[in-house]
Write a protein that binds this ligand. Structure first.
Ligand code: GLP
Length: 241
């Protein structure tokens, strides 16, 4: 595991975008695993900046997102599809047909999960961007007695609903379920870039990366990933110095 702590948000954003840009330069057809939430926004902004400056192209790349709310269409402003279009896809030259986000409106959700897993398996994700939930979740793999290997429908925990209420008009509007890639899908990716920001995540970051490997902290499984890079700001990563 490579733990990196950055003095400024800009340094962190540049490092994260730099990892993605280097991959795309070496492998233009790279398969990106992407995440939503507030954590990766600065990295996506930096990628847009690199694209506009002419030093980066996504023309041959493809992407698979970690998760999506059940019941939201891609045009709902709080959907992860809308998030990705707004923050990245609409602003760079990626082919929209090559961008994938689970379909939260699928009539048969089980079928959608199986379809998504087959696509990920076939594509092979080169670099997976991950944020970290305050309860240790990755994607929407919530803590519990068990974790699920493949893409699946999950019930969101109250803490997650509260944390994500800021993206909705009210807490009641937050969907209670989501489709998420499972932990096996995440662990099979060739490289993981876990990004953690802010003092409020320092304790869970330390627990996930140095504590016991347990389903009670899904991110702790990442300790077993052969190619994990962790990018933290000083708030989240003070313990790692
Ligand atoms: C959300 C997402 C995760 C994200 C996490 C942290 O629920 N499903 O993919 O990493 O919570 O979000 P944030 O970056 O806004 O703190």
């Amino acid at each position: 595991m490579n733990l990196l702590t950055f003095r400024t948000e800009q340094d962190l954003n540049r490092a994260g975008a730099g990892m993605i840009a280097s991959l795309l330069q070496i492998k233009p057809k790279a398969v990106l695993g992407l995440a939503t939430g507030s954590t990766p926004i600065g990295i996506y902004e930096e990628l847009v900046h690199l694209y506009r400056s002419g030093s980066l192209s996504f023309a041959k790349a493809s992407s698979y997102n970690l998760d999506e709310y059940v019941g939201l269409s891609g045009s709902h402003p709080a959907s992860y599809r809308c998030f990705m279009n707004t923050h990245l896809f609409d602003q760079v030259d990626i082919d929209p047909a090559n961008t994938h986000v689970p379909n939260g409106l699928a009539v048969n959700l089980e079928q959608e999960c199986a379809y998504y897993d087959a696509m990920i398996e076939d594509a092979g994700i080169d670099l997976q961007v991950l944020g970290l939930g305050h309860n240790g979740h990755i994607g929407f793999n919530e803590p519990g007695d068990v974790l699920v290997a493949g893409t699946h429908v999950t019930d969101l925990q109250q803490q997650t609903i509260e944390a994500n209420a800021r993206f909705f008009d009210s807490e009641d509007d937050v969907p209670k379920q989501a489709i998420t890639m499972g932990v096996a899908g995440i662990m099979k990716t060739r490289q993981v870039m876990l990004v953690v920001r802010g003092e409020s995540k320092a304790a869970i970051a330390e627990r996930a990366l140095t504590g016991p490997i347990t389903t009670e902290c899904p991110a702790s499984l990442l300790q077993l990933h052969p190619n994990l890079v962790v990018l933290m700001d000083e708030g989240a990563g003070a313990w790692a110095k």
